[in-house]
Write a protein that binds this ligand. Structure first.
Ligand SMILES: C[S@@+](CC[C@H](N)C(=O)[O-])C[C@H]1O[C@@H](n2cnc3c(N)ncnc32)[C@H](O)[C@@H]1O
Length: 374
């Protein structure tokens, strides 16, 4: 059975990525959908002057819609009234089809201001953060847990929590780590103010983070739920560890994370801290941190890292990750887009080399595979 959906793309994607918005949305859909469904084809399509993604799959609409609803740039969904074959024309010359609106699945459980209220220099764009979470989750053997709200997710360089907030909106209970005390303090204050302002049931605890009697930073834990009923069902939790990401191995158990998502220091605005000193090479930080992050991942987990190609070129970043037992499965420049003059950003998708489906995922990232379906 072949299903076709047209997804109206959010105009904000164009503002954020300018010309790369379409290809980036296609890339995200490629990983998110082809790891789950057969017969996926995704292409950009302009209808009545508006940007859409056209998605074809060998899957029923009811299975496709919840997953498509998670895609970062999707604003509305439609089923075209006629399949392209009916027109007897090549697909790119179809007349504008009639569109039947299909409601998006309610995959986000909390209001959008949880993600958008905090504004600060160095904040990772919210839509791009959603793309990172979706692609990391797609690589995980437990990808269905994203929709169930039980995917375990770590942002080991979480700044002021953009990834954590998106994860909360998805119903997850994320963990973040951040060395900069100003960031962890700002995040704690924001989250508690937000929860109070929205009359959420919540409780929290902030204390020193100690390892074998030595203080290595701070720890903030919170539980929150929109109402009594959700609280009874368990609610959601969040943990923010105010420590060096290299210390995470002493704080978190091995092999529990389904997804690791990080926007790495670009070596421009953010100093890359290491044991009190500031080092400016993101590659050095990655080399030190990758073995730690790998240990925290389940064998079948996925990782999505945003990097600046100017300070962490693909081949070098890939070699550094390989050294730590992590295979990059995305191609060079697959998610490449310009952020500003100093930042030429890309996403590295990686899995542990013992991931049960490493081979199939490497094949999905092969350049010929990407272009033939995009
Ligand atoms: C690009 S920013 C991430 C921004 C974040 N996604 C947000 O939207 O707020 C990279 C972050 O990594 C943090 N960082 C750098 N080195 C670190 C280390 N060794 N351990 C923990 N965090 C570190 C920086 O302080 C910075 O906040």
């Amino acid at each position: 059975m072949s299903t076709r959906l047209l997804a109206l793309r959010a105009p904000s994607a164009n503002r954020v990525y300018t010309e790369s918005a379409g290809p980036l949305c296609v890339q995200e859909a490629h990983w998110v959908l082809r790891t789950r469904f057969a017969g996926i084809r995704v292409r950009e399509r302009t209808l009545a002057g508006l940007d859409h993604l056209e998605i074809t799959a060998d899957a029923p609409v009811r299975e496709l819609v919840p997953v498509v609803s998670t895609l970062s740039g999707v604003m509305a969904l439609y089923e075209p009234a006629e399949p392209p074959e009916a027109a007897g024309e090549p697909a790119d010359q179809d007349p504008t089809p009639l569109l039947r609106p299909v409601p998006l699945a309610p995959v986000l459980r909390h209001p959008s201001d949880l993600e958008t209220t905090l504004k600060y220099p160095g904040k990772t764009n919210e839509q791009f953060t959603a793309l990172l979470i979706n692609t990391a989750a797609a690589l995980s053997e437990h990808r269905d847990r994203l929709l169930e709200g039980s995917l375990t997710l770590l942002d080991p360089m979480c700044g002021r929590g953009t990834t954590l907030n998106r994860a909360l909106r998805l119903g997850l209970s994320p963990i973040g780590a951040e060395l900069d005390r100003k960031d962890t303090d700002a995040y704690r204050t924001f989250l508690l103010t937000w929860a109070r302002g929205h009359r959420y049931r919540h409780s929290s605890d902030a204390r020193r983070l100690t390892v074998r009697g030595r203080t290595i930073g701070s720890r903030f834990d919170a539980q929150l739920a929109p109402d009594k009923q959700s609280l009874r069902a368990g609610g959601q939790s969040i943990t923010v560890l105010g420590c060096d990401t290299l210390d995470l191995g002493h704080v978190l158990p091995d092999g529990r994370m389904d997804a690791v998502v990080a926007d790495l220091p670009y070596g421009i605005q953010h100093g890359a801290h290491h044991r009190g000193a500031v080092r400016r090479s993101p590659l050095e930080v990655l080399a030190d941190a990758a073995p730690v992050w790998r240990r925290l991942m389940r064998a079948g987990a996925g990782m999505a890292l945003a990097v600046n190609r100017r300070t962490a070129p693909y081949a070098e970043a890939r070699a550094v990750l390989a050294e730590a037992g992590l295979d990059v499965v995305s191609a060079d420049g697959a998610f490449r887009h310009r952020v500003d003059q100093a930042i030429d950003r890309d996403v590295l998708l990686a899995v542990r080399s013992d991931h049960p489906r490493a081979e199939a995922l490497r094949a999905l990232g092969a350049p010929e595979e990407r272009t033939s379906h995009a």
